[in-house]
Design a protein around this ligand. Structure first.
Ligand SMILES: Nc1nc2c(ncn2[C@@H]2O[C@H](COP(=O)(O)OP(=O)(O)OP(=O)(O)O)[C@@H](O)[C@H]2O)c(=O)[nH]1
Length: 755
């Protein structure tokens, strides 16, 4: 007891241990280091010494510390800040203060230099110190000290509750356009965008200030503000198709444009070789497996005229474009190998081109081959309505060898001639509009789209809406990867800068302002989502009659696929024989083989129903048909097929199916068997239960499960049927959670003919 460490005492006295030791040593009290202990006598001696030194005149201190006029004491500790402050003031008096630590120490403490008037009556000194104090205050932002804490609290309170500037009154009606965002609406309502956002969030609509708002949202907002809402009458910027038509129909400044050609035909008939020859490059040699991989688009020059070629990987892509309303091809060059003749995909190509009302030029290829028989091929093609001019028809036929280049020039001449007859024109001076040929997500570049400019001229930095997405044209390159600044009508280019990947066949339109492009893009994305949900526009056999009536349909489009050509022909002619007043049956495409994706896209493009006889859709076609709600009907009796189509056209729709209950059984006991799961011991209380029947499991008058019986047994034997009043054991397929007291209701599906 009574012993104290040096550093503890130093702290109590607000000084460093070193200072304390120096002072003590001066008074003859020997202290070794700051860890030394002092007894009570030593402690009181040290305290005395320190007190005495503090009571001595400042001049003394001054002297002791600052005789050299060069105090570089950077070591001030937190504990001795008081003496530091004093010291610094004293030093500054000396006009030579280098105490850099002062600032940091002072900022940690609230002590301010005190007035020295009590120490020195000198006016100058006083004024100097006041100046110093003001500087201190300024530097340390301590002017608040002029106020007491209470004063400051009152000030804050006053500030918070200061009467706000009165908000400007709301307009009586909110005149809006769809696609406005919270900022736009805030301006109209004289409210901060943040307030609008908050209001929307309160309404359960999560948005930010920049998000374009739909009609419903804006009207809801108006209701929340107790004001009316009225949509401003103006062109709906989201309606790309309308804009596209407007641009297309813009007849001002029309100038001739290059024709856009699609090369179509059966696999290996020489599409790529022809294109390759035209470009004098070697695309075919580089292609993986020799099969065309991408939709390429290329331009070539012949006799000073430009021709744009699209090389499609298949007819499905062509129809997919058409399905989205894109009419990008002016002419189809149908390549048919002279040694192979008309093949299924040749027919498919003809049907796709016809459905798109695109003229066809036939190129009979590989005439250099030994087995080539162009005449035979021409003959075959006449069956599909392609009759050469010299035989009295109006289709241009050219016999070529893509490999050797034989007659390729003639083919080009014919293309140019046909294009001239078609008077293809466009206005390069308007905003660009066109279609997507191909698109992908590139790791480095982001969404990339190959587009065909059909109208106007596209420029770098153009704000653009493509399908359901939007962006700014960041980069633009031609088919050889050369950067372009602008691209006129019929020019294929690859662009980047879109916010997401569009689809082949999507249309694009350039806008004047990015804001409008964004609003239109966002709105179209919303619309697309809604449409995907609805999908009620497609014709099915069951809605055929009502759709025909509703849309005043004069034609029923059908696609027929069958196992053998004989069946195709039989179905084809029988269907054409159906006579329903004012309605025509149109077979868009018929062929042998499974229902494939190409059939589904063609059906989608032409709003056709697919009829399959003894064939099934491929898994991909099935998925696609489900996605696009294309109606695929499968038959194994020709008569049924014809009859159903006839009935549907006459409004005698396909029968509806109805559940017919055959019997009920009460679950009385349960047995668990590891092999089969839960066996329900039942009593048939009504009707009969058939083996493998469809059932509803009913608990408390609610259907808890719908499925099928997995087994039905009487004692240990399988039963075909168990009648009312008999006991039986049942298991349900994929279901074990049966409970005593449940009712198993057996039913069948019965066709109910429609009236
Ligand atoms: N002898 C001869 N061979 C040709 C001619 N045109 C194409 N070929 C050959 O036929 C094969 C198929 O040609 P491609 O150009 O790849 O056929 P494609 O129609 O583009 O085929 P896909 O891309 O698979 O649809 C290649 O081996 C070509 O060399 C021709 O005029 N004469």
């Amino acid at each position: 007891m009574g012993k104290k460490r040096v550093y503890t005492l130093a702290r109590e006295l607000h000084m460093s241990s070193k200072q304390l030791i120096t002072k003590a040593n001066k008074k003859g009290i020997h202290i070794k280091n700051h860890m030394a202990t002092l007894d009570s006598k030593q402690e009181s001696q040290v305290r005395h010494a320190v007190k005495a030194s503090r009571n001595s005149k400042p001049a003394n201190n001054h002297k002791s510390n600052n005789h050299h006029g060069n105090n570089r004491n950077n070591q001030h500790r937190v504990n001795n800040h008081k003496s530091n402050v004093n010291k610094s003031n004293q030093h500054s008096h000396n006009g030579n203060n280098h105490n850099n630590n002062h600032k940091s120490n002072a900022s940690k403490f609230v002590h301010r230099p005190k007035s020295y008037s009590n120490q020195n009556g000198n006016n100058n000194y006083h004024r100097h110190n006041n100046k110093k104090r003001r500087r201190w205050n300024r530097r340390h932002n301590r002017n608040n000290n002029r106020y007491s804490t209470n004063q400051r609290i009152r000030q804050i309170h006053k500030h918070n509750h200061a009467p706000r500037r009165k908000a400007r009154p709301l307009p009586k009606t909110l005149y809006y356009t769809v696609g406005m965002n919270a900022q736009d609406i805030g301006k109209i309502l004289h409210r901060a965008p943040a307030e609008i956002v908050k209001k929307l969030i309160d309404l359960g609509i999560m948005v930010n200030q920049n998000k374009s708002l739909g009609k419903d949202t804006i009207e809801l907002l108006a209701v929340a503000y107790h004001i009316k809402a009225k949509e401003k009458k103006q062109v709906n910027i989201s309606d790309i198709d309308k804009m596209f038509k407007k641009e297309i129909n813009n007849k001002k400044h029309l100038v001739p444009r290059p024709p856009v050609i699609t090369i179509m035909g059966h696999v290996d008939h020489g599409k790529t070789t022809l294109l390759d020859y035209l470009r004098h490059s070697h695309v075919a040699a580089h292609e993986a497996g020799g099969i065309t991989q991408d939709i390429g688009a290329y331009q070539i020059k012949e006799k000073g005229k430009t021709i744009t070629f699209l090389d499609t990987p298949g007819h499905a892509a062509f129809s997919a474009m058409r399905a989205r309303g894109a009419r990008i091809t002016d002419l189809v060059v149908l390549v048919v190998a002279a040694d192979d003749g008309v093949m299924p995909q040749t027919v498919e190509a003809i049907d796709h081109a016809k459905a798109a009302k695109t003229p066809i030029i036939v190129a009979i290829n590989k005439i250099d081959k030994p087995g080539a028989n162009p005449k035979k091929v021409t003959n075959q093609l006449t069956r599909y309505g392609l009759i050469p001019e010299k035989w009295g028809g109006n289709t241009i036929f050219v016999n070529i060898s893509a490999k050797l280049g034989t007659n390729v020039k003639e083919l080009l001449d014919m293309i140019i001639l046909k294009a001239e007859v078609m008077e293809l024109k466009a206005n390069p001076k308007q905003n660009a509009a066109g279609s997507v040929i191909e698109s992908k997500l590139d790791k480095g570049k982001g969404p990339v789209a190959s587009v065909l400019v059909q109208e106007g001229t596209m420029h770098i930095e153009d704000p653009i809406v493509v399908g359901d997405t939007f962006g700014r044209v960041r980069t633009m390159t031609n088919e050889n990867g050369k950067p372009l600044k602008s691209a006129g009508p019929s020019t294929p280019v690859e662009i980047t800068g879109l916010s997401s990947v569009p689809e082949a066949g999507d249309r694009f339109v350039v806008f004047d302002h990015e804001k409008d492009a964004r609003a239109a893009g966002e709105q179209r994305a919303e619309q697309a989502q809604m449409e995907r949900r609805k999908q009620d526009n497609t014709v099915t056999l069951s809605n055929l009659f009502s759709t025909m009536k509703k849309n005043d349909m004069k034609k029923v489009n059908l696609i027929i696929k069958a196992d053998v050509q004989g069946s195709v022909e039989a179905i084809d002619s029988s269907l054409k024989d159906i006579k329903v007043k004012g309605v025509l049956v149109s077979i868009v495409h018929s062929g042998v083989g499974a229902i494939n994706e190409s059939d589904v896209t063609l059906a989608q493009a032409t709003n056709a129903i697919v009829l399959g006889f003894n064939v099934r859709p491929t898994p991909q076609a099935k998925i696609q048909a489900e996605n696009y709600k294309v109606d695929i009907r499968l038959y194994d009796v020709i008569y049924d097929l014809i009859d159903e189509v006839k009935s549907a056209m006459k409004g005698k729709l396909a029968p509806k199916y109805k559940e017919v209950v055959t019997g009920d059984a009460d679950v009385r006991q349960l047995y668990k068997a590891s092999a089969v799961g839960t066996i329900a011991g039942c009593m048939v209380t009504k009707g009969y239960i058939g083996n493998g029947t469809r059932i509803h499991l009913i608990r408390d008058n609610k259907v808890v499960y719908t499925g099928k019986l997995a087994s039905l047994k009487r004692f240990k034997n399988d039963a075909k049927e168990v009648k009312q009043g008999f006991e039986c054991g049942m298991t349900i397929e994929d279901y074990n959670d049966i409970k005593v007291g449940d009712v198993i209701e057996a039913y069948t599906m019965k066709a109910i003919p429609r009236k």
